[in-house]
Design a protein around this ligand. Structure first.
Ligand SMILES: Cc1cc2nc3c(=O)[nH]c(=O)nc-3n(C[C@H](O)[C@H](O)[C@H](O)COP(=O)(O)OP(=O)(O)OC[C@H]3O[C@@H](n4cnc5c(N)ncnc54)[C@H](O)[C@@H]3O)c2cc1C
Ligand code: FES
Length: 276
């Protein structure tokens, strides 16, 4: 039997490009193979490797939910060569895709619980996938609160759908680092806003993603509010290469972020770090 290499990307075509912020673009893509597009399944939190031929490949979370199958969405912050070239893509351009990779959120275990999303900057991307999945299965989940922070109002992604989140019953708390003319929402860092809001930990899961410094202080804040390590879920951004557990590039202790993660509970992370 002919077995395809796990390094072989599928071809996909860019359907739409959205300029989210000065440095973040969202690509909506479809596989060229329609059968692949129809049968493609994944869990919120799983990632894909996008490749520009002759340039390289990089990891991005699939941030459209599996309940909406017209396209796959990736939001990309421009930081280096691959992301720079991905930002140059337009409608109709081709891109290579290896997906789905990794392990997503355990949304089954979250059924019946209240949910607290805490996101900063581009860290909102993986949370968006799970949030939209939950809005599409609204009765399975309890209260949903989203605390979403960015440097300034111009740095908030997904502004075009924030009303949809609120219409789905999301208690949306937006915050920016400093005062900004015309800004009517909160001002302050995400961990400060978390302690001001003080959501109760009972029957609640907290899902956190953002810059490392935000995660560090949010984890302190959640602990102070009484959240156990099993109630806190985060998604790691450890650099990957093969994405399939072969090259050893992404390990933390005995775990490979590319296959065991990138989603981990805080309790799992504690164990991994003591293994180092
Ligand atoms: C599981 C996972 C999910 C990710 N999801 C997204 C996403 O949804 N959207 C998004 O914009 N980015 C995401 N990233 C980060 C993205 O993969 C990198 O920004 C990208 O590989 C950079 O490639 P480049 O060639 O443009 O830059 P490079 O030239 O490779 O790097 C430019 C700079 O960014 C730093 N950098 C690159 N990759 C990482 C990383 N993983 N962690 C920390 N610093 C890094 C480098 O050290 C360097 O300083 C994710 C990474 C992982 C591992
Ligand atoms: S990226 Fe190769 S083992 Fe994880």
């Amino acid at each position: 039997m002919h077995v395809l290499s796990p390094y072989r990307p599928d071809l996909a075509t860019v359907q739409e490009v959205i300029q989210e912020t000065a440095t973040i673009k969202t690509l909506r893509i479809v596989f060229d193979d329609q059968k692949k597009m129809q049968s493609f399944s994944f869990r919120p939190g799983q990632v894909g490797q996008l490749s520009i031929f002759g340039v390289g490949e990089s990891t991005f979370v699939i941030n459209s939910p599996p309940t909406r199958k017209e396209y796959l969405q990736f939001s990309i912050m421009r930081v280096g060569e691959v992301t720079h070239r991905l930002h140059q893509l337009n409608h109709g351009d081709q891109v290579g895709v290896r997906a789905p990779l990794g392990n997503g959120f355990d949304h089954e275990a979250m059924k019946g619980k209240d949910i607290l999303f805490i996101g900063g900057g581009i860290g909102m991307a993986p949370l968006r996938t799970l949030l939209l999945y939950m809005l599409d299965n609204r009765r399975d989940y309890g209260d949903i609160m989203v605390i979403y922070g960015a440097r300034s109002p111009r740095d908030l992604c997904y502004q075009y759908e924030l009303d949809e989140w609120k219409a789905g019953g999301v208690n949306l708390v937006l915050t920016v680092d400093n005062e900004f003319p015309g800004w009517k929402e909160r001002v302050g860092f995400v961990p400060t806003v978390l302690s001001e809001e003080s959501p109760m930990p009972h029957n609640r899961v907290a899902i956190v993603c953002g810059p490392p410094i935000m995660i560090k202080f949010v984890l302190f804040g959640l602990k102070e509010l009484g959240f156990d390590d099993e109630q806190i879920v985060t998604t790691l951004e450890k650099r990957m290469k093969c994405g399939v557990g072969i090259c050893g590039r992404c390990n933390i202790g005995s775990k490979y972020v590319c296959v065991d993660g990138p989603v981990f509970t805080r309790a799992q992370l504690n164990e991994m770090v003591t293994e180092l």
